[in-house]
Design a protein around this ligand. Structure first.
Ligand code: GLA
Length: 738
């Protein structure tokens, strides 16, 4: 005994030393970091996400065990179902022998510097018993202060493992209170901001619609700790899932005061059978943090999106006229060439031919026929697309065209030729939505068809520069004649993978084409799809008043350069509201400006105003809105009846400010606000641009320091509904100001 005891003691000491031999893995960007504590053959804990901590030392403080709750309240980076984890797991598997639990431990990590801005950290986890590996990948974008997290799962069990759920990220928080901002909506009313204080239990944001998955909720959030979301103060976190199908974001506040946020593809009816040796990759969760409120968070996301989250994010986007609200399905060649002529004379740079140009045996004269038959309708357009595109180019414009290649009308040649390509649930009736069916993108033949369609549509003319890609229905009565009976639950995942394969192939072939992301408006607004697109159509609601809210919320996480924003006619086609042309322009100029009307309706003073506004946008506003930094001054949700924001050039030499009056403000005749984002010591010239008949900036032209503008602010005479103002700020040399 005497001889054995020291050995046992040394072994115990060795073991305890091993347990303490944790490695602190620090995943940092320029200003922020996430810190994980890894234990050899033990858990990897998520210990910190916030401002960068100075110095090399980052001691681990173990959590306190709580009897009958979680096994350890220091959360893990990727909790799996099993042990004493009672909350929503990031991973839930049924192993090949039927065992339902998984216990992940640290198996090493690697750090790769991909380039001067991107550092990749991959933390490997393995099950204690089963040959299952989970690689948690963090891609840290230094300059933008963004981290993209994703997970790869694989195994070498003797037979398949059933993946019941596999999240992209799990982020734990610990604060006194949690305030969740998320985005609710419906068709023509997308991205309505809602904020709530989270209480114990679960708050779930999800979609089961498959396509148009972001129409009623967006897979993104902003979380503010210890108080409601503020623009310039408070610790705030953002997440946006880069996935264009079913998603689920679970916010779970437990009895220990921790909030766990689990984000990823929706596990609902989506069990995935994973063969040994195969990998399953989750989408990325795009994460960012700001210690100083929502403003900085948005700027992080915008900078990241312009560089990594969209196509051509560094290029100025053209002012375009889209034919939809101006012509709908009713046009012929002359209608279109007349629209092009008038738009060209007003300074518009691109014409986009929307729905209605195709189908012969089943002409697309309404939404009930023709989808799938992507040949030009010779009756409407006898000289083809080429003629129209050439006409636009001859007027100095570019040309774009609408497609909806994932869809088919029952009344089409395609539906008759390929009934097996249509999403269907066994023998059940295939339900129509907007008179159309969905093609089964899990099927490689369908993927090939869509790539071919895209090529053929572009092949109609060398002068097509832009494609508007639409998708106007959800998935219902899900099912695939391509997938085997025991893989039907793979549909949701495989549809999106199929879509991304198609996007990849198209982008490889057509890198310069601009593509707009549309799905009945903002039904597919996520960073998974946006990556392949130049912009999105935020909403079919073009009513300027509603657009203020939609654009405000959308631009919390998505950049203005990508936000297609069009001036339409009055009364507005969706709401019937009468809104002056100046207000409509002033709102649309807050995004990628376009027109969505019959330009021949713009006559006299209205035509002159439109020409002036387009020039002002191109000459001054566009580079700032599209490539500058957004500062929000007054939220439309504030209840004051005003909304205001500004965009500042990266070098602070110029800025543009927008202010809108949304309701009658009684005897409060001025809107006053302080500016943001300017250089305090610099002198700026302030002047109104795009003026209406009554000046809104009573001070007239003014010269003052950035400090004055940011401390004293400005007063604008916009107190009646639909009065608005745009101000230009240009830094001047000191000598100019004397
Ligand atoms: C969807 C789009 C619209 C328009 C129509 C055409 O609703 O959101 O902008 O393209 O389809 O059918």
């Amino acid at each position: 005994m005497k001889q054995i005891r020291p050995i046992a003691f040394i072994a115990a000491l060795f073991l305890s030393l091993l347990c303490q031999a944790q490695e602190m893995i620090r995943i940092s960007t320029s200003d922020h970091e996430m810190v994980m504590a890894a234990f050899n053959d033990g858990p990897v804990h998520f210990v910190y996400w916030g401002e960068k901590v100075q110095g090399d030392a980052f001691p681990f403080q173990p959590g306190k065990n709580q009897p009958d709750t979680q096994d350890d309240i220091t959360p893990r980076i990727y909790p799996s179902y099993g042990g004493r984890h009672y909350l929503t797991p990031a991973l839930r598997l049924t192993h090949s022998d039927g065992v339902l639990t998984t216990d992940l431990v640290y198996a090493g990590h690697t750090v790769n510097v991909l380039d001067e801005n991107r550092k990749e950290t991959v933390i490997s986890l393995k099950d204690r018993i089963y040959p299952v590996t989970v690689s948690v990948r963090y891609l840290a974008y230094q300059k933008e202060n963004v981290v993209a997290q994703s997970v790869t799962l694989s195994h070498s069990e003797p037979s398949p493992v059933v993946v019941e759920s596999v999240a992209s990220s799990f982020i734990p928080f610990h604060a006194d209170s949690y305030w969740l901002t998320h985005f609710n909506g419906t068709w023509a009313y997308e991205m309505q901001l809602e904020e709530e204080r989270l209480t114990h239990g679960q708050k779930v944001i999800e979609s089961k619609k498959g396509v148009r998955a972001t129409q009623s909720e967006n897979p993104s959030f902003i979380l503010s700790l210890d108080g409601p979301l503020a623009e310039d103060s408070g610790e705030v976190y953002a997440g946006a899932l880069a996935w264009s199908g079913n998603y689920r974001l679970v916010f779970e506040l437990d009895e220990t005061g921790h909030l766990g946020v689990t984000s990823g593809i929706n596990p609902f009816a989506s069990e995935l059978i994973l063969e040994p040796g195969k990998c399953l990759e989750t989408p990325q969760m795009i994460l960012s943090y700001s210690p100083s409120g929502a403003g900085q968070l948005s700027r992080n996301m915008h900078d990241w999106a312009r560089r990594y989250g969209m196509t051509h994010g560094d290029m100025l986007h053209p002012v375009l006229l889209n034919s939809w609200e101006g012509a709908y399905f009713t046009f012929d060649e002359k209608t279109i060439t007349d629209m092009i002529d008038k738009a060209a004379s007003a300074g518009v740079e691109m014409f986009v031919l929307d729905d209605g140009w195709f189908g012969n045996r089943h002409p697309r004269n309404g939404d009930n026929a023709g989808l799938g038959d992507w040949q030009v309708n010779r009756k409407k357009l006898p000289h083809g697309i080429d003629h129209l595109a050439d006409h636009a180019v001859s007027k100095g414009m570019k040309f774009g065209i609408w497609i909806e290649p994932e869809m088919v009308n029952p009344d089409s040649d395609l539906a008759h030729k390929h009934p097996e390509w249509i999403v269907r649930s066994g023998e059940r009736e295939v339900l129509t939505m907007r008179n159309q069916w969905l093609l089964d993108l899990t099927n490689p033949e369908v993927q090939d068809f869509i790539v071919k369609t895209f090529d053929e549509v572009l092949g109609q003319s060398d002068n097509i520069s832009y494609v508007k890609w639409d998708a106007n229905r959800h998935v219902d009565n899900v099912g695939s004649t391509y997938l085997p009976a025991d893989r039907q639950s793979h549909f949701w995942y495989e549809y999106v993978r199929g879509l991304y394969d198609v996007y990849e192939r198209i982008r490889a072939k057509h890198p310069d084409i601009m593509i707009q992301l549309c799905s009945s408006g903002g039904g597919r607004l996520d960073y998974g799809a946006l990556k392949y697109h130049d912009e999105f159509w935020a909403s079919d609601n073009t009513n300027a008043l509603d657009r203020i809210y939609i654009q405000h919320s959308t631009n919390l996480l998505f950049p203005a350069i990508a936000t297609g924003s069009h001036v339409s006619t009055s009364p507005n086609h969706q709401t019937g509201m009468l809104i002056p042309l100046k207000f409509r322009f002033d709102v649309a100029m807050g995004g990628r400006l376009g027109l969505e009307l019959q330009p021949s309706s713009l006559v006299g003073e209205e035509y002159d105003f439109a020409c002036k506004a387009i020039t002002v946008y191109k000459d001054f506003v566009r580079p700032l809105v599209q490539l500058g930094d957004l500062y929000r001054l007054e939220s439309p949700y504030s209840g004051t009846g005003w909304s205001s924001h500004m965009h500042v050039a990266k070098d602070k030499s110029e800025a543009v400010m927008f202010a809108y009056c949304m309701k009658y403000n009684g005897r409060t005749t001025y809107f006053s606000t302080r500016l943001k984002g300017l250089e305090p010591e610099s002198v700026y010239k302030v002047e109104e641009i795009n003026e209406g008949s009554v000046p809104a900036f009573p001070a007239g032209t003014m010269t003052c320091t950035g400090d004055y503008l940011m401390k004293v602010g400005l007063q604008l005479r916009i107190n009646k509904p639909f009065s608005s103002c745009i101000l230009k700020f240009s830094k001047i040399q000191c000598s100019d100001s004397q």
